[in-house]
Ligand binder design. Sequence first.
Ligand code: SAM
Length: 276
Amino acid sequence: MDVDERINTIRAVWRDGDYSKVGELFAPVSDRLVAALDDELGLAGREVLDAATGTGNTALALAQAGASVHAFDLTPELLAVAERRAADAGLPIVFKEGDLLAIPFPDGVFDVVVSTFGAFIADDHRACVSELVRVCRPGGLIVSTAWAPTGLFAALREVPIAHHPELWPADRPDPDDWADPDRMAAMVTGLPVDVEVTTHVHPFWFSDVATALGFLEEVSGPVQRIRVGVAELGGDWDALRAEILRRWAQRAVVADGGVALDGVYGIARLQVHADP
Ligand SMILES: C[S@@+](CC[C@H](N)C(=O)[O-])C[C@H]1O[C@@H](n2cnc3c(N)ncnc32)[C@H](O)[C@@H]1O
């Protein structure tokens, strides 16, 4: 795949559906993460990058905490939403188009680099993590969240791929790596960082599991892409969705007239050495 084809393919996945609506579900994770970083580091006045910002959840939370925020993403349609949100909130965030594999900033300029559910889907993990380290200053901190191989999002990917392995080409990296301490340690071998991965849960509330899946089928570009892939392979999406729903129903917690689906995620913290 040449460079333009690769970029167009990524953009086509993320501009489909309505990522704003998915982002609204993810926003509490950004808010909690930024609050914890603010408690730990004090974000006011710090130079911070939000990598693969999407519709800007994390960038906005960082700016609200007083950080000086730059943010980039590969998908112009999502960046336009992020820019509008920042303007409406009066937050002076600088947004740019850019690629996780060639981050559009010089070396060592950020105190903190954050990526919520962005870096883990990079199509070359080592290139991505090297870029995150490159733009972070010595002594700085990189934090990335990644959905883990249990919980809500695992079944969505695993069930179709178990039936149609062609959906996930052998050379495409496994996003689960970013939620796994051993695989993260292997990924950063030779880079000037110490890495730590912790596991967390964000509950997604829906009236029932079928409503949850129907919602994601309607608004999630990646889910729509999987459906198209299954159809192209002559597969039976209805059978796969029934299996996903069975798996979700086994894990769902019924409460308050609805269900909570467990969004299990890892937070990878990469502490950049002060003297690389
Ligand atoms: C699940 S969304 C996360 C967005 C946002 N960080 C959030 O927390 O809502 C993944 C984002 O990664 C972006 N993305 C995917 N591959 C990328 C790449 N190679 N470079 C830059 N952005 C990329 C997509 O455009 C999308 O906005």
